[in-house]
Write a protein that binds this ligand. Structure first.
Ligand SMILES: [Zn+2]
Length: 321
């Protein structure tokens, strides 16, 4: 697909400067350099400057001082080095117990006393469509890395505590010597077509009128093509023939990589698995035009920035090739 990387989180060509991750002295100097900048995360939320840009703090900002943890090194930009620091241990009295990525976007987030009033924490899912490409890549990278660290504090070989290493891109276990690397979970999301129609489904518990493409995790030992055919068969009993890869999207909620694929259904009869789906239906290209425009009577527009919306928009416009 020619425009595959135009998808939200499609990448900005960030120079990740991986060769510096093990060079402690270079990074130590970079953490004192006035040209360096640091993103701030708290329980999965990112500090924002306004509604469409990440806040970039100088390394001597008060909120970054006295932290136990060294910031993660994200890469080298025109201004200098870019880092990210997580302050999830901050526990403000007014923070709801369930603070985390699953919270409704509208809920007000607490303000950190050491952070300027002009800056505020934001939900990446709510702002992702408005970030520029560089901010989107940095945000997805930092969020996924910190999410991985927060759930992998202990060595999966021996069970002892492990420590962050390689500027945040590894965890090392001093007890058994185990080395652990950030995981990325592959997910297929598929535009299944039959003639002029596309297959949409909705999961139990989704908001009214919300429909999207079918999706599912790739299993060990499976190709992307096999995962597409299996998921569609399991969820809707629709047989799929040819499958092609279209575009991928890093999806840091928390650690997925979405593989957008197109598949040709070889039959159109639907029988849903009620555990996985509440409904599935074929929708014509003409009706999808109405859906995207917000004019369809019982299908709401798809989420801006999600790869499902991106694939469908390109399918409708005939720009998948
Ligand atoms: Zn170990």
């Amino acid at each position: 697909m020619r425009h595959a990387e135009d998808v939200t989180f499609g990448g900005s060509g960030l120079d990740r400067a991986a060769e510096l991750r093990g060079q402690d002295e270079v990074l130590q100097a970079a953490r004192r350099d006035p040209g360096s900048e640091c993103l701030l995360l708290w329980r999965g939320f990112l500090l924002m400057a306004g509604e469409s840009a990440l806040a970039r703090l100088p390394m001597d900002h008060p909120v970054l001082q006295g932290r136990d943890k060294t910031p993660i090194f994200l890469g080298r930009e025109d201004h200098g080095m870019t880092f990210a620091q997580d302050i999830s241990e901050w526990s403000p009295p007014d923070a709801p117990m369930d603070a985390g990525p699953g919270r409704p976007q509208q809920a007000p987030l607490p303000r950190h006393p050491e952070v300027e009033d002009a800056l505020h924490f934001g939900d990446l899912r709510g702002v992702m469509g408005r970030l520029n490409r560089r901010d989107a890549e940095l945000a997805a990278t930092a969020r996924a890395l910190y999410s991985w660290h927060s759930t992998h504090e202990f060595c999966s070989r021996c069970g002892r505590a492990s420590r962050m290493a390689m500027a945040g891109w590894q965890r090392s276990c001093d007890s058994c010597g185990g080395q652990h690397f950030p995981r990325t979970d592959p997910v297929v999301i598929m535009l299944i077509t039959h003639g002029n129609d596309v297959l949409l489904g909705r999961s139990p518990g989704w908001p009214d009128n919300m429909w999207s493409l079918l999706a599912g995790f790739v299993e060990p030992g499976e190709t992307l093509e096999a995962a597409v055919r299996r998921e569609v068969m399991e969820e809707a009993r629709v047989p799929v023939g040819r499958v092609d890869y279209l575009s991928s999207q890093p999806w840091a909620f928390p650690n997925s990589l979405m593989f957008g694929c197109i598949g040709e259904a070889t039959g159109r009869e639907i029988e849903i698995d009620p555990v996985e789906l509440e409904g599935a239906r074929w929708v014509s290209r003409e009706d999808m035009v109405d859906v995207l425009a917000g004019n369809h009577p019982d299908i709401r527009p798809l989420r801006q920035g999600a790869i499902a919306e991106f694939l469908i928009r390109n399918w409708v416009a005939d720009t998948l090739a």
